[in-house]
Design a protein around this ligand. Structure first.
Ligand code: GLN
Length: 520
């Protein structure tokens, strides 16, 4: 039997192989992760809810099927028995879903998101729900109503956001895989600052049914993992057409794992986006980025430079379109239909006043800020000047991508301008917080897929740097093909997976308790 410390560090693909070879059981694997969560999550705060009982029951079911053999065992999905964590924006039967907000505290969904149904069909034990910025609004997970998640590389720093919980869980070996959602970068930017892999698939490649909507035209569910291949495996589980999502594509997206396994960049054109590096990017980020370009060039890729002049307006346009959609999507949290209800302290008990009291108490400042901004941008008299102009910019960004992809097969940039910053550093400066997404937002505006992978550690602070790859819509496989090559070249250069160099998390309280228990 494998040592549990080794077990939790295996990739999902390696775990799957061990499970099907009978070297280890899913109960052992799942228990190892639950033990790890118990040991370190007091410090990391990646999980809002741990789903131990159900996860172990699913694991036991997989083990029983495997032990019995025959057709049922053969039909098991490749990832059957491999546990996963889920961002708490995705609804699940049998577990709370909070969206990181007080307004949904204690709320249980009566249905499963499509991606959850698919995880259940694949018999992947769900370890629990992970922390996030309230309704996925933020870049640091500090806007969660349930306290911030901490970066496993340095507990005084942010794990990125909004999906900091999913990224930190995977980086801290509390889960081999996780689901995230990405509206402006919330899978990729947390991936960058925690040294993990995160993918925003093509818009429509993964069903959004059951992902609590932030900005529906930008939102996308995607994988979080420690390797490129693992993300490909997971995207194939969760992807595919869903009639319950009217924007769901009919393409099968079933060539991702094959692409990750046969990575090759020879003769490919890789385009550096002129506007997405250089000024405003930390020196260590820029150094790792340049190194990745050299590695790709040595592997036979041709590096070209492309210009996307309208990307400089992407952030501004995003902060009009996204809040506009937010103001509409969050209108349903009214104190009547879901979760929290707060009654006004005095005065008449009208529906408007109950709604006002509930929303005042249930929503945090960042959510209120965006609802107000969005309501303003959509109001008569301002609509054309703000929302209308932002939509035009969106079209220009899509055209920039079209022009860039006429010159290059894949585009490349740093994922985020800096490494993980300190908790509290940008909390009171919304604009500084928003700037974290300057390199990730264009992909959401155009619906194209993006992948972030660890590109090494920045010289000045020793913290992870993310490299982002972008491909044309529907060409997710290309990201996995190039990503897998770059990942293996980087591992060769750095002498192994980046996460092996993260400091070991200590669990003082629990260790002490174990020592007492162990001495009798
Ligand atoms: N950080 C960005 C925002 O605050 C992106 C959020 C997301 O992708 N969910 O809007």
């Amino acid at each position: 039997m494998t040592d549990t410390n080794e077990l939790i560090r295996l990739s999902a693909a390696d775990l799957a192989a061990k499970l099907s070879a009978g070297d280890v059981t899913s109960v052992e694997v799942t228990q190892a992760y639950l033990d790890r969560i118990a040991a370190v999550d007091g410090q990391v705060n990646a999980f809002l809810h741990v789903n131990a009982e159900e996860a172990l029951a699913v694991a036991a079911e997989v083990d029983a099927i495997r032990a019995a053999g025959g057709a049922a065992a053969e039909e098991l999905h490749e990832l059957a028995g491999v546990p996963i964590a889920v961002k708490d924006l995705i609804v699940t039967i049998g577990q709370p879903t909070t969206a990181g907000s007080k307004i949904l505290e204690g709320w249980h969904s009566p249905y499963d998101a499509t991606v959850i149904k698919k995880l259940r069909a694949a018999k992947m034990p769900i370890l629990g729900k992970t922390n996030l910025d309230e309704f996925a609004m933020g870049s640091s997970t500090e806007h969660s109503a349930y306290g911030p998640t901490r970066n496993p590389w340095d507990l005084e720093r942010i794990p990125g956001g909004s999906g900091g919980g999913s990224a930190a869980a995977v980086a801290a070996f509390e889960a081999p895989l996780a689901l995230g959602t990405d509206t402006g970068g919330s899978i990729r930017q947390p991936g960058a600052v925690t040294g993990t892999v995160g993918v925003k698939p093509t818009y429509g490649a993964v069903s959004r049914y059951g992902a609590i909507a932030m900005a529906s035209s930008l939102d996308q569910i995607g994988p979080v993992s420690r390797t490129v291949l693992d993300s490909a495996l997971l995207q194939e589980v969760i992807g595919g057409h869903d009639p319950q999502d009217s924007t769901s594509l009919t393409d099968p997206f079933d060539n991702l794992v094959a692409a990750a396994r046969t990575g090759n960049v020879e003769g490919m054109k890789i385009g550096i986006i002129k506007e997405l590096h250089g000024e405003g990017y930390q020196a260590g980020v820029e150094n790792r980025f340049n190194e990745s370009l050299e590695l790709l060039k040595d592997a036979g890729a041709e590096i070209v430079e492309v210009s996307c002049p309208n990307f400089k307006y992407a952030l501004g346009a995003y902060y009009l379109i996204m809040p506009s959609e937010v103001s509409s999507n969050l209108a349903k949290f009214d104190g009547v239909r879901f979760g929290l209800r707060v009654l006004p302290k005095e005065g008449p008990m009208t529906i408007e006043r109950v709604m006002g009291a509930t929303r005042a108490a249930g929503f945090g400042d960042e959510v209120k800020r965006r609802i107000i901004l969005g309501t303003y941008a959509l109001s008569a008299g301002y609509y054309d000047a703000y929302y209308g102009s932002a939509q035009k910019v969106r079209t220009l960004i899509q055209r920039d991508f079209d022009a860039a992809f006429a010159q290059a097969d894949v585009l490349i940039s740093p994922t985020a301008p800096t490494t993980a910053f300190k908790l509290g550093e940008k909390l009171n400066d919304p604009l500084a917080m928003y700037l974290n997404d300057v390199a990730t937002i264009p992909a959401n505006m155009a619906g194209v897929p993006g992948l972030s992978l660890p590109g090494g550690l920045a010289d000045e602070d020793g913290l992870p740097v993310g490299i982002q790859l972008l491909a044309p819509a529907r060409e997710d496989a290309r990201l996995y093909r190039v990503g897998a090559v770059l990942e293996s070249l980087l591992e060769e250069k750095w002498g192994g997976p980046l996460l092996d160099r993260a400091p070991e998390l200590q669990a003082p309280a629990l260790d002490a308790a174990n020592t007492v228990g162990g001495s009798n």
